[in-house]
Write a protein of this length. Sequence first.
Length: 287
Amino acid sequence: MNKRYIGRFAPSPSGSLHIGSMTSAFVSYFEAKHNNGLWKLRIDDIDEERSKKNYAEEIIITLEKFALIPDEIYFQSEHIKDYQNYLNELSEKDTYFCDCSRKTLQQLPQGLAGSIYNQTCLEKNLKYGAMRLKADEMKLDFYDQHYGLIKIPSSHKSDFIIKRKEGFSYIFCCVIDDYLQKITHVVRGSDLTYSTPQQIFIQKKLGIISPKYMHHPIFSLNGKKISKSDQGEPVIPENRFEILMQILKSLHQNIPKNIRNYNDLLTQALTFWDNSKVSKSFDIAMD
Ligand SMILES: [Zn+2]
């Protein structure tokens, strides 16, 4: 029962694609295509504050210019009903509402996967607020296809939010999306490593088979990860040859010689893609 490999790239359309998100796009693409699989695109466009429709469109066009053509495009905003249906399937005894203020929550200690909640609202029997999933039975170890066994200290265990008053949490949507898109392999940046146990836990609660997880190192600038908020410069498709070169170098791939055009470079890069060469550190320094 060899299931076909189905991978995905799920950028948040809060800004243009930068070198960090392009790295994720390429790694997930190479992994999927190297396994004769499908590569699907997901647009995380439900966080209305951050998402802007024009970014979603821009992302699709940019990927096209890099000749990364998804086998499916999925918009989170079209699946709000699905999120609610799956949320309803969770047992009431596994969840509770929390009405702690933002200020209170900000004072909580920060763990690897977000703040560590002190269960203040566990016994309050609230009818409204943010919904938390009880995490007592959550397993914190998981096997990562790149880094191997990931172990998170149990002190980082915390009842986490799956739905806010404003909408579903990223963690929860991601699980449902991966399921609905039939994703078999999740390939993404190492900044999301520690949210994986939470996602595996939700899958378990919903009786969903977990996909395999592979995280890859992310670019960091002076030890800080590059994200849209601290402005990784948007990639310029006209520079696609240099950009792919830079990404291949940072991932320690064989750089094909005597290639001058982008499409040949992409073909060669895919042919010789070797994930075992990629660094096992969590980030790659960028000058
Ligand atoms: Zn609370």
